[in-house]
Write a protein that binds this ligand. Sequence first.
Ligand code: NAD
Ligand code: WQD
Length: 336
Amino acid sequence: MASKILVTGGAGFIGSHTVVALQQAGYDALILDNLCNSSVDVVDRIARITGARADFIEGDIRDAALLKRLFAQHDISAVLHFAGLKAVGESTRLPLAYYDNNVHGSTCLLQAMREAEVRSFVFSSSATVYGDPQKLPLVESHPRSATNPYGHSKLVVEDILESVHRSEPGWRIARLRYFNPVGAHPSGLIGEAPQGVPNNLMPYVAQVASGQRPCLQVFGSDYDTPDGTGVRDYIHVMDLAQGHVAALRHCLQSEGEMLTVNLGTGTGYSVLQMIKAFEEASGRTIAYEVAARRPGDIAACWADTTLAWKALGWRAEKGIADMCRDAWRWESGRSQ
Ligand code: NAD
Ligand code: WQD
């Protein structure tokens, strides 16, 4: 029985791109996803890209009996844990759903791993755990805080992982703090598929470019940034996927370690710069209007990438032109 990497949430945006990168790096992936925010077609599309079909199980990370069976039936060497809910606004309306899925879901998974004696775990954390930055670029030692249940759920899981590692130092854990993942696989076969009105900038811009939405609202133009609009560290999802392969390799080779690392590019771009880059990539005009600031938004945020390079030998390679080109190829293919 060949050993596999269990990828929870592997049909979702970041998980699916990571499955592609895993397969291309020679790993076998087993996807567990309840499809609450994705579609099973993604598994076929991954196979079209890589030529290899990942095993897929439709199910929930909170289903203890399913997890027990899954760890008994497959030789799993590590878990990449993407499954969870991720909409900040929704989390303030439905906090219990967020804590149940993101926190309880993670403890169910860790419990099943412990029973099956699988001790390598890569966790999708977020730059949201830094709260409002006190100093840029953000280093991993920056104080953490959360202003909404989604962010708090990430903070709590980070702390749970710390306790787990302290209790049994043989655990090999990577807590990866993503900045703003965007773009799509260059094939145009997989990408981000938000349900309803997109919450995030890039998919919204893409839908304005394709004519599905009339106009982008730019949330605030009076921030203390060069052009007054919010600045973020956008990272191509395939670079992020490669970061996971690097983190997985690192975990599998370590004797037992707890690594916390930023996955970003180290460069921030404003909303207006992203609009311009998308116009250039798509050849379309993006209609926009300046609106009020979005509650809870910060002015600017970008990563210090020193540790990612030092610990993982990984750094992002793609720029915003690649991100916009691939996001546009995906969006224009979908909306035809
Ligand atoms: P996504 O919604 O596209 O993917 C999550 C996947 O998990 C979906 O396919 C969904 O169906 C599945 N899922 C949700 N709950 C589940 C459960 N209980 N059991 C099994 N499957 C379940 O989101 P994404 O953008 O790919 O994000 C992946 C992870 O990265 C999440 O944990 C998210 O919080 C984190 N993250 C995302 C971003 C971002 O901007 N996209 C930034 C930082 C961190
Ligand atoms: C980017 C910039 C907005 C939409 C969120 C989560 C964070 C993480 C990533 C998971 C900001 C502006 C946006 C729009 C706009 N997710 N904007 N008009 O807020 O940095 O991060 O996603 O962990 O936790 O909070 O990303 O893409 O929503 O916004 O002007 O319609 O675009 O104000 O400056 P954000 P975003």
